[in-house]
Design a protein around this ligand. Structure first.
Ligand code: ADP
Ligand code: ASP
Ligand code: MG
Length: 403
């Protein structure tokens, strides 16, 4: 007998028919003699709809109240799924994040899981019940509901798999696995049968929504093999696992992130300490900086540009406005109409020419590059947002359409 964790995303539980489809998958797994813990997201676009509802009342609502609201979406789907499983005649119980032992930091809206105390889940499994747990949520030390950030249910599932030492963790979604690019945007994208944690982590961080990056980080840390698969077609999906067991892929995928903005500070005095003070001001507010570009000094001044998540743009500009004036820099400017497109592949370490192929693809599509950043297993370029989809297709075709 095995312990299996199965996570179902919003589209997998979007309506009554889909809820019964999930109940069928879960109960078939249970009927084979397995213990099953199910993690669910809110139905369909519920989380987006709740955010819109909040905006109608108060666009500046506190993060605490937002979490109180958003956590309700998962409560609905968990209870409905439990009801469907009851109807099929199987023993089941649904639990909220706090009942399932999800203790988090107090950062409303982007809480991190500190620990999962699975006593209640274990007790219910001992009673031979299927346990349905709300994804995306936990409780902080003030006994308040918290949420883990968008897409956080994947992380809830991996955390349960880790703490329960599950034999298998399946992430059911609306595509058949992890593809070489978003299959909804790039029709000739290919499904990968297997991908390493490191490559999946890069793809997820660089915008491939199919798995939340924190879930991949956690899976790697606790060595939990994941299977990403469709709840609708029931064919084998993509396995995410440690790289040592497989060949390195030259390129595993192309990803796009449209939620980025660029800030530039022009005419900064060319003296030591500026970059340190600038970035420590952002770090103090937990604002993550991504690509950084500094020009060569000339005439005693230099320029610094960097990218951040668009979610942080307003706050970052407020922080920097007065600081930049006090330093004597010429001016501060931003561009929130950009996108980051990246290629990821563990094999590029030992294959020169990947960057030039990528740049050639962009040149052939007449797309201008604003910034470039590289690591051992990825190359990212910053381009105009209107070019993003075209860029993904052009780069994807360059690497994958070799007949
Ligand atoms: P869920 O609600 O199940 O969590 P998400 O919408 O969060 O599902 O993630 C699935 C979506 O991720 C797919 O519908 C697909 O459009 C998108 N996606 C982006 N990049 C990729 C990729 N490389 N492989 C598969 N899906 C991707
Ligand atoms: N319902 C949450 C969201 O839409 C969490 C998730 O789906 O993973 O972001
Ligand atoms: Mg998701």
């Amino acid at each position: 007998m095995s312990l299996i964790v199965q996570k179902f995303g919003g589209s997998s539980v979007a309506n009554a028919e889909r809820v019964f489809n999930v109940a069928d998958i879960v109960t078939k797994t249970y009927a084979k003699g397995n213990d099953v813990v199910v993690v669910v997201s809110a139905q369909g676009d519920t989380t987006d709809d709740l955010i819109e509802k909040a905006k109608e009342i108060n666009p500046d609502a506190s993060k605490r109240e937002m979490d109180m609201l958003l956590s309700s979406g998962e409560q609905i789907s968990a209870s409905l799924l439990a009801m469907a499983i009851e109807k099929l005649g199987y023993p089941v119980i649904s639990l909220l994040g706090w009942q399932a032992g999800f203790q988090t930091t107090s950062a409303y809206g982007s809480a991190r899981i500190k620990r999962v105390l699975p006593e209640r889940i274990k007790k219910e499994i001992d009673k031979h019940r299927i346990v349905v747990v709300t994804g995306f949520q936990g409780v902080n030390r003030y006994d308040d509901m918290t949420t883990l950030g968008r897409g956080g249910s994947d992380t809830s599932a991996v955390a349960i798999a880790a703490v329960m030492h599950a034999d298998l963790c399946q992430i059911y979604t609306d595509v058949e696995g992890v593809y070489t690019a978003d299959p909804r945007k790039v029709p000739n994208a290919k499904k990968l049968s297997v991908i390493s944690y490191d490559e999946m982590l890069e793809l997820a961080t660089l915008g491939a929504q199919v798995l939340n990056n924190r879930s991949v980080e956690m899976a790697k840390k606790y060595n939990i093999e994941l299977e990403v698969l469709s709840s609708l077609t029931r064919v084998p999906g993509t396995i995410v696992k440690e790289a040592t067991k497989m060949e390195k892929m030259l390129i595993s995928g192309v990803a796009k992130d449209e939620n980025v903005s660029r800030i530039s500070i022009i005419g900064v005095p060319d003296r030591p300490g500026f970059a340190f003070r600038l970035f420590s001001k952002l770090a103090a507010k937990n604002i993550n900086v991504d690509i950084i570009l500094q020009s060569v000094g000339r005439n005693g001044t230099k320029d610094i540009s960097f990218t951040i998540s668009s979610d942080n743009l307003k706050e970052a500009m407020e922080i920097l406005q007065s600081y930049v004036e006090s330093t004597g820099a010429n001016y501060l400017d931003y561009n929130d109409n950009i996108a980051k497109v990246s290629v990821v592949g563990a094999g590029m370490e030992s294959h020169p020419g990947i960057a030039s192929d990528m740049f050639e693809a962009l040149f052939e599509a007449n797309i201008n590059i604003h910034m470039i950043s590289t690591s051992e297993i990825k190359i990212s370029v910053l381009i105009d947002r209107e070019d993003a989809d075209k860029a993904v297709s052009a780069i994807h075709n360059k690497f994958f359409d070799v007949e």
